[in-house]
Each structure stands twice: as structure tokens, then as C-alpha cells.
Ligand binder design. Structure first.
Ligand code: NOJ
Length: 563
């Protein structure tokens, strides 16, 4: 069974990713087949027909590898296996075969900056003496101060606290994230070779591509003496130098690593694809997306841009130019497993910063009181905007159901290391990782036959997939119809802005794509006249000739020659 209206995709199409819609599965929260409360690989397989019907092209799985879950699976104990709680390699192969049958591609998450401290290499390093080859796979250093009791540098962990932890023999090891996530030493050829082996391992199993975690972190300046950061301790993209001179992040040497990966990818037919998770300044992004590198890079600017026509216009222009420079296509992301779900973000005041949103989470989502109707309206408008843009759209599980953030999770239930490591100053990312509701009623709302590892809210069933299917006003049907149309409409990778800039300032975002396809978003509180054309889909009700506030519509006009 194929889910396409258009001809079946060629399995050899090397460009399949350029305008793909990729659905992100957070495996532990997606579907649980055995009732232990943790989503698993057979659960994913059982729901692939749903994803095919939704109309996505590929499925990216966040880590499913053996892990003690110190960071939701981004602490990998074995890169070439499946966590026994999530299944077996045979289950994985069955999932790939089923995906193949349905015309879906599978992508996996590669976590190369750090392993778990349970990884056999790290265990060997702990057992081995300072200066040994086993310690050279990670970053071990002596401390400062007379007895070496002070960390080697002032580097902070991204999750709070110092980036160094001391081991019993007195040395310290580096972890830019949790202490259970020791950083690899990428200057060591053994580390490089082992990751090539991992990339081949999954590519040989039929994986079409990779999402590369912390892609900007691998190359570090580890020459003695290590440099303190002093005032420059922020790891925010805007705070990083644009000349590759930071000792830890976004160094130019990192691209040499990816050129090596590219050779591995290109040995396959079609070449394996990769997308970089690189939190770098916009001008530095295209290097990760280079054709001789990973090929594509996440554009998180879109996610961070307020829903304002003028600001979105600028973000979209920059992203498109940036991707073009790399010979890649841009990506568009509204939500993922690291951020507050956008239905809830859009229910908050438009000028809210990341810090404001974190503060809001600390009030369990009560202060200020969100405006859920506004959140839904804006999220629907943003979805149609995103899905009309040239490039790849990444959809986070549950966003097609309009799931809100579970902002009121009890502190005792929180699992994100950010919560503990920030000393309770950051509530963390659990609220977007609550297991999905598949059915309006029943055990864990259809997530599985048992409970769920994070508690689902009592009203979770109202978002369930089964209640939305077939309801043309639902979020799910909006996504399905948009994805169906997108397949028939997309003919090239270009966008042309329409209408005078003045209209943009008034809140109207209007662009055309080849074939006479127009997208118009009214990102304002006032209705605006609808441009002429046949409405193909709209994110909200249409009244007369006006486009209602916070609504996106796709229209078709007479096909003009060439466009
Ligand atoms: C980015 C991942 O998306 C996030 O979930 C994780 O905590 C960090 N990288 C560290 O691996």
C-alpha cells in the first residue's frame, strides 16, 4: 500500500529529502506494544500505517539505543543495538521492512558528541590509568589547584553546573551535558572509525538518513593549556564567535569530520542523507549543509521567530538564501522534543522570550493564563505556512493532533536532567514528551495496554487521533489534507513574494510558488481582503471575501506561463 496520489517514489531517488516532510518520533512516548509504559519499536511499526495515511515521507526516530535515560536516550550505551525495553534489532528490521512497504523512509538519530557513561569505552576508561589509550577516547585532564581539586577549566555544562566531573583517581572528564554523558575526543582516529562503523551499520539495515545530534560540538580545541571561557560562557548561537574560534563549539575543523561521513554516505545508493542539529549563528549554518558535508541543517530561527509577517518574512528569506548557498534546501521546524509545543507557545503573549516561557513553565503554565483558542488558531495558521515553504518540514509527533504542552507536570514526575541540574530553575522538556493519545478512552488513551512513563493529563483523550480522523475541522485532517495537496502542488524549490511590502508590515504574508499556487497568511488581529483565486485549503473558517485574523490559506490562480 502506498500513500501517494502521485507516482511511487523511486527507491533510488537521491534527492528525496529536498522537500520531504519528516515526522519525528520520540520512541518512548509514541506507542507501547507490551504494556510496560514505555513506547517501543514494535509500537512504532504498528503505527506506520497511520503515518503513511498522514502523508509524511520519512520518519526520524530519536534515540532508541540502550541507555540509562539520564538524558531521555541521548546518553547512548551502545550505538549499534536497540534498548531491550524498546525491542530488538529484529524488531528494527521489521519496522524498516514495513516502512518500505508503505513508501516511508526511516531516519535515525546519531549522538556523536558524547556517549553514556555506561558505554563500554567509558567503563574501560574509568578502569584504566591516566594517560592510557582508553582515556584518550574521551577528554580526561588533571585538575587545577595544589591537589588538582579544581576543574581543569571554567567550562559550564549546557544543563547547568560545571562541565567536568572528577573520578576517584583524581582526574576529571569533560561532559558538555550531564555527567552521565562524557564527551568523546574526536581528535582520536579510533573514535572517528567507530562512528563510520555505526553509520554503515544502520545504513546497511536500510536506514535512509541520520539526524546528527549536537553537530557543532565535536571538534574542540583540546591543546594544552585549555582555555577558560571567562566572560564568554554563553553557548547561545548569537553569543558564539562567527570565525570558528570558540574552543568548544562550531570550530571549522568539525567539517573535516563530516567530509569523512559524506564518503560513507555516498557509498550507498541512494546516498544516505543527514541533517545537522547545529545551534550556530545563521551565517555559520550553511557550512553544515554543504554537499560534501551533512547535506542539510536545522533552521531553528523559524521556530524562534514570533508569528509576525515582517519577522517571518525576514527569517524565511535568510533561511532560503542560506540553504541555497550550501546547495541544500532549508528545513522548517515548529516543535521538537526540546521545546515547548507551539500550540502552547502561541497561546502566550507574542513578545515572550525563551526565558519568559521557562518562567511560565515554572508556574505550571498558569501565569500568565494562556489563551488556548488563540494558540490553536495560530498553530493552524503556522502549520499551513510551514508546509507551503520550499524545503523540508519536520513535524514533531503529536503536533498533527494539536497537542499542547503538559505544563502542569508534577515536580516529582520530571525526568529531564535540566530540572535537577539547574537546581529547579528550569522545569525542562518533559511537558512535550508526554505519551501520545491514540484513542479517546481506554488504557493510557491507546498509547499502550498499560500505563505511561510520564502521566498523561485527564483530558488527553480529547486530542486523540481516533476522534480527529474524519473530522474535517480537526488538526489531524488539516495536516492530512495539506500534505496531500503538497504532493500535488510542489514542482520546484522557489518562492516568490507577492504584494507590496506595505501589506507585510500590516501583517500579511503572501507568496507564490510555481504552478500558480499562492499562500497567504493573515498574521494580524484584523480581517484582510482575500486575494483572488480558488481556495484549496484554509487553516480557519472562511467568511465572505475576507481572510480572518490569524489564518493561512492556499489558493490557486490561473497558471501563468512559467509560474
Ligand atoms: C540535543 C537533543 O535534541 C537533546 O534532547 C539533548 O539533550 C542534547 N542534544 C544532548 O544530546
Amino acid at each position: 500500500m502506498l500513500h501517494h496520489d502521485s507516482p511511487a517514489p523511486s527507491p533510488h531517488d537521491a534527492d528525496w529529502w529536498r522537500q520531504a516532510v519528516v515526522y519525528q518520533v520520540y520512541p518512548r512516548s509514541f506507542a507501547d506494544s507490551d504494556g510496560d509504559g514505555i513506547g517501543d519499536i514494535p509500537g512504532v511499526t504498528s503505527r506506520l500505517p497511520y503515518l503513511a495515511r498522514l502523508g509524511v515521507d520519512a520518519v526520524w526516530l530519536s534515540p532508541f539505543y540502550p541507555s540509562q535515560l539520564a538524558d531521555g536516550g541521548y546518553d547512548v550505551a551502545d550505538y549499534r543495538d536497540v534498548d531491550p525495553r524498546l525491542g530488538t534489532l529484529d524488531d528494527f528490521d521489521r519496522m524498516v521492512a514495513e516502512a518500505d512497504r508503505l513508501g516511508l523512509r526511516i531516519m535515525v538519530d546519531i549522538v556523536p558528541n558524547h556517549s553514556s557513561d555506561r558505554h563500554v569505552w567509558f567503563q574501560e576508561a574509568l578502569a584504566a590509568p591516566p594517560g592510557s589509550a582508553a582515556r584518550e577516547r574521551y577528554v580526561f585532564r588533571d585538575g587545577r589547584g595544589p591537589d588538582g581539586g579544581l576543574p581543569p577549566t571554567d567550562w559550564p555544562s549546557s544543563f547547568g553546573g560545571p562541565a567536568w566531573t572528577r573520578v576517584p583517581d583524581g582526574q576529571w572528564y569533560l561532559h558538555l551535558y550531564a555527567p552521565e554523558q562524557p564527551d568523546f575526543n574526536w581528535d582520536n582516529p579510533e573514535v572517528r572509525e567507530d562512528f563510520h562503523r555505526t553509520l554503515r551499520f544502520w545504513s546497511d539495515r536500510g536506514v535512509a538518513g541520520f539526524r546528527v545530534d549536537v553537530a557543532h560540538g565535536l571538534a574542540k580545541d583540546l591543546r594544552a593549556p585549555l582555555r577558560d571561557l571567562g566572560e564568554r560562557r554563553s553557548y547561545q548561537p548569537a553569543a558564539l564567535p562567527v570565525d570558528g574560534s570558540h574552543p568548544l563549539w562550531d570550530r571549522d575543523e568539525v567539517h573535516e569530520i563530516y567530509r569523512g561521513w559524506r564518503q560513507v554516505f555516498d557509498a550507498y545508493d541512494p546516498p544516505r542523507f543527514a541533517v545537522a542539529e547545529a545551534w550556530v549563528g545563521t551565517s555559520r549554518r550553511s557550512a553544515y549543509a554543504a554537499a560534501d558535508g551533512l547535506g542539510q541543517a536545522f533552521n531553528f530561527d523559524f521556530l524562534g521567530t514570533p508569528l509576525s509577517a515582517a519577522e517571518m518574512h525576514a527569517t524565511i528569506d535568510t533561511a532560503l538564501a542560506d540553504a541555497r548557498r550550501a546547495g541544500a534546501t532549508s528545513t522548517w521546524v515548529l516543535s521538537n522534543h526540546d521545546v515547548v509545543r507551539h500550540v502552547s507557545r502561541y497561546a502566550l503573549p507574542g513578545d515572550f522570550t525563551k526565558q519568559d516561557i521557562e518562567a511560565w513553565l515554572l508556574t505550571d503554565g498558569t501565569e500568565p493564563a494562556p489563551d488556548p483558542a488563540a494558540g490553536v488558531r495560530k498553530a493552524r495558521a503556522a502549520a499551513l505556512l510551514m508546509l507551503a515553504l520550499p524545503g523540508s518540514a519536520y513535524v514533531y509527533q503529536g503536533e498533527e493532533l494539536g497537542l499542547p504542552e503538559v505544563a502542569g507536570l508534577d515536580r516529582a514526575d520530571l525526568r529531564d536532567p535540566m530540572w535537577v541540574r539547574s537546581g529547579g530553575r528550569v522545569k525542562g522538556r518533559d511537558g512535550c514528551r508526554v505519551p501520545l493519545p491514540w484513542t479517546s478512552e481506554g488504557a493510557s488513551f491507546g498509547f499502550g495496554p498499560g500505563g505511561s512513563w510520564l502521566p498523561q493529563p485527564a483530558d488527553w483523550g480529547r486530542y486523540a487521533a481516533d476522534g480527529q480522523l474524519g473530522d474535517e475541522d480537526s488538526f489531524l485532517e488539516l495536516y492530512r489534507e495539506a500534505l496531500r495537496l503538497r504532493r500535488t502542488l510542489v514542482v520546484d524549490e522557489e518562492l516568490e513574494w507577492a504584494g507590496p511590502r506595505e501589506r507585510t508590515r500590516q501583517g500579511l504574508l503572501h507568496f507564490t510558488r510555481a504552478g500558480g499556487w499562492h499562500t497567504v497568511s493573515n498574521l494580524s488581529d484584523e480581517p484582510v481582503p482575500m486575494p483572488p483565486g480558488e481556495v484549496l485549503i484554509a487553516s480557519g473558517p472562511l467568511t465572505g471575501d475576507a481572510l480572518a485574523p490569524w489564518t493561512t490559506a492556499w489558493l490557486r490562480t490561473e497558471r501563468a506561463p512559467g509560474r
